[in-house]
Design a protein around this ligand. Structure first.
Ligand code: PGA
Length: 249
């Protein structure tokens, strides 16, 4: 049975003091839903956040990771480094990584393999740009992003994969996919998993929606049968709005 998940992607926001404050505000708000909750602070604050949330229901996850085990990769962070500070889940393939840091499917495939070799769980992001949506190419784009980075995996690895559909035109823009657009794409994605694997992989994989999810629209988006949660950017930077989204389930 797939899980409902709400993950907050803090991106390049919040220094150490802000992180401590936001984490303490989050634990003070009652969680009334069954959703798994994750937050992704920046690398420098992962240790502090995972210490502070050790006995809570909130999991601390990373926003990125390098594919190599270790070595001469100045400025990069490895899977074992993340694990050593209590982080067992990593976001890979976010559209900002694809767009500004030239991360392509081949690189992401390597990162996926490394994360899995290290026993980590992955939130794998993908989504079409506005021009793809306008030209009717959106399903084709999404299919190739998923296929190229994930469909080489054996069935057993899928228990460690969470998918996050994030249409690029909806990220940070205030524009959200309509519930119908989200449901249509999520069903398409689940059917891809069904074709490539089988019913149990397709049924069990959580597919999150990301792109301007707010307390005001979360319930409607999450009410779709194939939407199993959200990856939240801007609205995750405020404890009350993030927990309102968590509690929208
Ligand atoms: P947003 O970001 O909620 O600010 O649109 C979502 C994301 O990038 O994961």
């Amino acid at each position: 049975m797939r899980k409902n998940i709400v993950a907050g992607n803090w991106k390049m926001n919040n220094d150490l003091a802000d992180t401590k404050t936001l984490v303490s505000e989050l634990v003070d708000i009652e969680k009334t839903s069954n959703a798994e909750v994750m937050i992704a602070p920046t690398f420098t604050n992962l240790l502090e956040a995972s210490k502070a949330l050790k006995n809570s229901e909130i999991e601390v996850v990373a926003q990125n990771m390098h594919f190599a085990k270790n070595g001469a990769y100045t400025g990069e962070i490895s899977a074992t480094m993340l694990k050593s500070v209590g982080v067992n889940t990593v976001i890979l393939g976010h559209s900002e990584r694809r767009e500004y840091f030239n991360e392509d499917d081949a690189l992401l495939k390597q990162k996926v393999d490394t994360a899995l070799e290290n026993g980590m769980r992955i939130i794998f992001c993908f989504g079409e740009k506005l021009e793809d949506r306008k030209s009717g190419n959106h399903t084709h784009v999404v299919k190739s992003q998923i296929k190229n980075a994930l469909f080489h995996l054996p069935e057993g690895s899928w228990k460690s994969i969470v998918l996050a559909y994030e249409p690029v035109w909806a990220i940070g823009t205030g524009e959200t996919a309509t519930p119908a657009q989200a449901q249509e794409m999520h069903l398409f994605i689940r059917n891809l998993a069904l074709e490539a694997y089988n019913l149990s992989v397709a049924d069990d994989v959580s597919i999150l929606y990301g792109g301007s999810v707010k307390p005001e629209n979360a319930k409607e988006i999450f009410s779709n049968s194939d939407v199993d949660g959200g990856l939240i950017g801007g609205a995750a930077l405020n404890a009350e709005s993030f927990m309102a989204i968590v509690n929208a389930f």
